[in-house]
Ligand binder design. Structure first.
Ligand code: SF4
Length: 397
């Protein structure tokens, strides 16, 4: 029964009233909905996972229902499309950043919207604060484009199918696409990126269309010396409910590899203990901890970002706590499309301005990409300098 899903402000208001949420907190939640770049949409499962008796501290509420009072001004270097994905589109919905790997956007909708979404520029409907990129939205999901591109670019051996979420696409379309991909000889890996194991885990249980498709093709891909895997996204141990665990273990026990990527979010999972709990829960659910991302410099999501030192410190403190293959890699996805680098790989750190410089030789030789810490970590007079319109290019170029 889906009686608790919340898809609009009236449903949210009624639900908050039924949970006897204080008027002041209720007003703050409404202010948050107005400030959010992402639309309001909560699946029944997410609504049931939120701890409505401890809303302010709840890590799941923070990701999907930020309070107005939590928002902070964006860093001057932040961008709505912080990874410059639109500039890297080589065909409609196809983002080609690394020589051997391609990202294909299956669609631009999700069952629930994360307030920190890196693809906020295109994902979900327009909101009061952000009109989505019409160009990208209108061009995604054309699967023939992907197949044609792969046939003429045989150096590509890894495809990530993302969006938007896999769950917003009809299983039949996924079935047909995988049937074509498995015949492309140059491919070694296809990854299904989804937060569906959190949003609606029952859709991945045995005897569902999705479970049948994924397990069938996982087997077929293996026969062709290829891998079909799931790339899921859990940020906190409490997100892995008994339903999520059951779905993940069923897939795992049927031979499907599931890898998790986590986004480091201030106040949600930004301590050693919370990351340790998450890794333990992932491992016990048949999921490999794969990446922990330093939060991207996405505009209008500043309160979610930590400084890079927090990420490095958590990484250092977890090394040795798990077997090497169980430990996720802590990475920064470089602004402006520089690609993923280990958090330790920076060329320099300007402590005064909170700027890290990285090179990304495989993408663009000696070019330096800059990741900036949130201004709240800097001295007040330096914060003022940033607000006085200094820019990274003024400082270094
Ligand atoms: S599920 Fe992924 S694409 Fe969808 S809103 Fe969340 S982060 Fe963005």
């Amino acid at each position: 029964m889906k009686d608790s899903q919340i898809f609009n402000i009236n449903e949210l208001s009624n639900y908050l009233t039924s949970k006897k949420v204080e008027p002041e907190l209720k007003a703050d939640i409404f202010k948050g909905v107005k400030s959010n770049s992402m639309a309001l949409k909560l699946t029944d499962h997410i609504v049931r996972l939120i701890n409505w008796d401890n809303l302010i501290a709840d890590p799941i509420r923070k990701q999907f229902l930020p309070l107005g009072s939590e928002y902070q001004p964006s860093h001057p270097q932040s961008k709505v499309d912080s990874l410059s994905e639109e500039k890297k589109q080589v065909r409609p919905g196809l983002i080609h950043r690394y020589p051997n790997k391609i990202l294909f956007l299956l669609g631009t909708f999700c069952p629930t919207y994360c307030a920190f979404c890196t693809r906020s520029y295109a994902v979900g409907p327009n909101t009061k604060t952000l009109a989505k990129s019409y160009l990208t939205k209108s061009q995604t999901g054309k699967t023939d484009t992907l197949i044609d591109y792969l046939k003429t670019n045989v150096n590509i051996n890894d495809v990530v199918l993302s969006g938007g979420d896999l769950l917003s696409v009809q299983p039949l379309i996924i079935d047909k696409l995988l049937a074509k991909l498995v015949t492309i000889k140059s491919l070694r890996s296809v990854r299904l990126a989804t937060r569906g194991l959190l949003f609606d885990p029952n859709l991945f249980l045995p005897n569902t269309p999705l479970f049948e498709i994924i397990t069938r093709y996982s087997e077929k891909f293996k026969q062709h010396n290829m891998e079909l895997s799931i790339q899921c996204h859990f940020n906190h141990a409490t997100e892995i409910s008994s339903e999520s665990q059951k779905a993940a273990l069923s897939l795992y026990q049927s031979g499907v590899t599931i890898r998790n990527q986590t986004v480091l979010l201030d106040g949600v999972n930004s301590t050693i203990e919370l990351q340790k709990n998450l890794i333990e829960k992932l491992i016990s659910s048949g999921i490999q901890p794969y990446y922990v991302y330093q939060m991207d410099m996405v505009a209008n999501a500043e309160h979610f970002r930590t400084n890079l030192e927090t990420c490095i410190s958590i990484s250092k403190n977890l090394t040795g706590a798990f077997a090497g293959f169980q430990l996720p890699r802590f990475i920064v996805d470089l602004p402006l499309g520089g690609g993923k680098r280990s958090v330790y790989e920076y060329e320099f750190y300007d402590q005064k301005y909170g700027i890290y410089g990285f090179k990304s030789p495989i993408i663009s030789g000696e070019k330096i990409y800059y990741y900036c810490d949130p201004l709240r970590y800097l001295e007040p007079h330096v914060q003022k300098e940033w607000h006085g319109k200094i820019s990274v290019s003024e400082l270094y170029d």
